[in-house]
Design a binder for this molecule. Structure first.
Ligand code: DAH
Length: 340
């Protein structure tokens, strides 16, 4: 028995445990109810009386050494644990940080800006709260011209000359009054109209205006710029179609359709089975507009266009209800991601 005890005593030095679980199984193995030490205690009962004292002392030593070793290992493990905790960064957020997504109108607006920037257009902007001059008079709307009724305007009650701009064409006037040609700008912005809110109309929406004024600008230049834009924005095989129209600030004026990008021109509910969808108004800048804004119409001419951002976003994303764009419902907004 003495040898057995000695063998276990020798083992003790080399015991290791890398975690609490291993330590516990060592404890059970040696000091547990059915462990090695208790087994020896049982054996001890049958040791002859004259050896009891010597073996008893050895057995006690074994028990104490084991207990000490296991306590020591437990202490070591708890220090190790502490140093692990010290390495934790307690300032880190306990849950993943949610990254926002860009608003679909911003995604589309940025894309429009990108495309026209590549064609040499610079950015310009102007105020949303405007005066009658910049929105209407300087854009060739006569005071009693019925064209003023084309757009339902929000007026400031105490100040009928101050209005919420109904179109970004007012920025054309802002740019021309302060810059001499060549002028090549696009003006993205929000516009307001006194309309009942529904799935198809809203009292505010977004436009991007374009203006190019220089010497010898032609309608062909306009058409080429718009074709390039349409193909970059939608697809390389997009077709465009210009229909004669009327705007006070352009002469001649046109509305432009693109071949429906949903059905590829075959006809669907979005294009009302025509294969075409209207996306913008455009034309050659009326000489009256140039003159009203301080530009000599005998030397310069130009083209202009204006498009609705919601309209283009609808074509890209087929959003059925315009109100979704301004309700800020994250379930809707989360559907859009873009690199830019
Ligand atoms: N301002 C027009 C609108 O709000 C859009 C427009 C049409 C802008 C023709 C233009 C243009 O610059 O040439 O509906």
């Amino acid at each position: 028995m003495i040898e057995k005890i000695q063998a276990v005593l020798n083992e003790i030095q080399s015991l290791t445990a890398k975690d609490e679980k291993e330590l516990e199984s060592l404890r059970i193995k040696y000091l547990g109810k059915k462990g090695i030490v208790n087994e020896m205690m049982a054996e001890f009962r049958s040791v002859p009386a004259e050896q009891k004292r010597a073996i008893g002392m050895q057995l006690n030593e074994l028990k104490n050494s084991l207990q000490e070793k296991i306590n020591g290992m437990r202490e070591e493990l708890s220090h190790q644990h502490e140093s692990e905790i010290e390495q934790l960064d307690l300032t880190r957020s306990p849950y993943p940080i949610r990254l926002g997504t860009r608003h679909p109108l911003s995604i589309v607006k940025n894309e429009i800006i990108d495309i026209f920037s590549r064609m040499g257009f610079l950015l310009a902007d102007g105020p949303e709260v405007e005066d009658d001059w910049h929105v209407f008079s300087s854009m060739n709307f006569a005071p009693d011209h019925p064209a003023r009724d084309m757009q339902d305007t929000f007026f400031i009650e105490q100040h009928p000359d101050i209005i919420l701009r109904t179109h970004t064409s007012s920025v054309q006037s802002r740019v021309m009054e302060s810059t001499q040609p060549p002028i090549k700008v696009i003006c993205p912005g929000r516009v307001y109209r006194n309309e009942a809110i529904s799935s198809r109309a809203h009292c505010f929406f977004h436009q991007v205006e374009g203006l190019y004024v220089d010497k010898d600008v032609t309608f062909a230049d306009l058409k080429q710029a718009l074709l390039t834009f349409s193909r970059e924005m939608f697809s390389a095989d997009t077709k465009i179609r210009l229909r004669p129209s009327y705007f006070p600030f352009t002469e001649p004026s046109a509305e432009m359709d693109i071949s429906c990008n949903i059905c590829g021109g075959k006809g669907c509910s979005l294009c009302k089975n025509t294969g075409w969808v209207e996306i913008l108004g455009c034309g050659m800048v009326d000489p009256n507009v140039l003159e009203a804004n301080g530009i000599d119409s005998k030397i310069y001419n130009g083209y202009a266009f204006g498009m609705g951002v919601e309209r283009i976003a609808n074509l890209k994303y087929q959003v059925k209800d315009l109100r979704l764009f301004s309700e800020n419902d994250v379930r809707f907004l989360d559907e859009f991601t873009a690199a830019n």
